[in-house]
Design a protein around this ligand. Structure first.
Ligand code: SF4
Length: 448
């Protein structure tokens, strides 16, 4: 068996889509997107993602598309164009769609003024019918979060909040330029629960500079005092060639691949001992949580926000860099705000690139999604569902052989299974089914 260091040093995608974003191209245009939107069946449920690409300060580990702003005017200007995009997308759709999920992400959507957040919600609901039981989720930066924002979130119907904690150790916090005392996080939770927003996720990161397994366990214990329904523990993706500000992270203080593996294992063991169910490769949920139920029933899905119970056939991305997933393929908006605004000023949908899905993409994508969600997949059944046989995956099965030989995956009939102790190897196994991988490899982070 190869060493952990050798095996996990491979750079592979996180598989929030297939094909993954580095394979999007500019052959997919605004007119393609318009056709794809118009082709959605009458009444099909929709999921909306609204991207707010602004933050007060820059966390040096950040991999998101965001900009630090020192005044509110760029944000106010952005919202004006967000309204234009909402209208443009709504105009391109058939009537009758019901929105079942809304996700505000960023950047820091809680940096919006509360009046602007209410206005954005008003515009959205003016153009889209939102289901009464829709999940409305938002990502929260606890730093600067106050009672007025908690009330605004209640007013727009937020049902779930994802709170960024990352790591509670002040030494780690200084090394990543994110100072967040524990009281600040606790107060955010208190304010949210006080307005009735009780479904809470806490986001943590391992693999940060100066982090150790013991320190991560301490952070998890701190998070657990807040009694979250879910935790996500992502591996830090150090890609300074791609995200320049990450070069501010002291590389010598970064844990190596083996230490990252130990941290991921320690986190998993601690959360299992505390009664949380491991979901997919990096999420944990209380047994009664909807995500745990979806996982247990094989209904878990994966999209650009990670693991989800959302089964809407179309995810519409709004805002600069936002990605949409439609039955025909993926589209991504211009990532830079000026280009995104310019397209909307011309009356165009602000699409920069995307990829149309062929039958083989759908088959490989379904297989990868099941592996990422369930850690197992019935290869023959999935191939057949898309009009193929196992022979269409001959290249992947060859790539899988070393993993099968070392017991990192098992193949019984058509059923490919990743044993629980090799959960951390899931992305590597998925990569065996990724026929695009070579060309985009450099942009990804290590596998654990
Ligand atoms: S607050 Fe979130 S989006 Fe903003 S820089 Fe920090 S990690 Fe990135």
């Amino acid at each position: 068996m190869p060493s952990i260091a050798a095996m996990f040093a491979a750079r592979v995608p996180r598989y929030t889509s297939y094909p993954t974003a580095p394979h999007f191209h500019d052959g997919i245009t605004a007119s393609t997107y318009r056709e794809w939107l118009a082709a959605l069946p009458y009444g099909a449920p929709l999921s909306l993602y609204l991207h707010v690409p602004f933050c007060d300060t820059l966390c040096w580990f950040c991999g998101c598309n965001t900009t630090v702003v020192n005044s509110y005017s760029p944000v106010a200007g952005y919202l004006e164009f967000m309204e234009r995009e909402i209208n443009a997308v709504a105009d391109a759709l058939k009537p009758g769609h019901i929105v079942t999920h809304i996700h505000f992400g960023g950047g820091s959507p809680t940096l919006l003024r509360r009046g602007d957040l209410r206005r954005l919600d008003h515009v959205l609901r003016g153009r889209f019918a939102v289901a009464d039981d829709a999940e409305i989720a938002i990502e929260i930066d606890p730093r600067g979060f106050g009672a007025d924002m908690a009330e605004a979130l209640r007013d727009i119907g937020v049902t779930r909040a994802s709170i960024g904690l990352q790591d509670s150790d002040p030494v780690v916090q200084r090394a990543i330029n994110r100072i967040q005392p524990d009281e600040v996080t606790a107060n955010t939770v208190h304010l949210l629960r006080g307005v009735g927003i009780s479904a809470l996720n806490i986001d943590l990161i391992y693999g940060l500079p100066h982090q150790t397994a013991a320190g991560l366990e301490k952070t998890i214990e701190t998070a657990l005092t807040l009694d979250p329904d879910r935790l996500a523990i992502f591996g830090y993706a150090h890609v300074p060639h791609f995200k320049k500000h990450q070069s501010l992270i002291p590389e010598a203080a970064l844990p190596g691949v083996e230490e990252r593996f130990v941290q991921a294992e320690a986190a998993q063991a601690l959360l299992a001992a505390r009664g949380y169910v491991p979901i997919g490769i990096d999420h944990f949920a209380k047994p009664g949580d909807a995500l745990a139920a979806a996982w247990a029933q094989g209904r878990l899905a994966r999209n650009f926000q990670g693991y989800t119970t959302d089964t809407a056939p179309a995810l519409i991305g709004l805002g600069a860099s936002a990605i949409g997933a439609l039955p025909d393929g993926y589209v991504q908006n211009f990532a830079d705000v000026p280009s995104w605004r310019a397209a909307l000023s011309r009356g165009e949908l602000p699409v920069a690139k995307g990829v149309a899905l062929g039958a083989e993409d759908r088959m490989r994508g379904a297989l990868i999604e099941r592996l990422m969600c369930d850690l197992e997949a019935d290869i023959d059944a999935i191939a057949e569902a898309f009009g193929f046989t196992r022979s269409a995956l001959a290249d992947s099965l060859t790539a899988l052989e070393p993993f099968l030989r070392d017991g990192i995956a098992t193949l019984d009939g058509g059923r490919l299974t990743i044993p629980h102790e090799w959960r951390a190897a899931t992305r590597l196994i998925c990569a065996a089914f990724d026929s695009y991988l070579e060309a985009g490899m450099r942009k990804h982070a290590v596998a654990v």
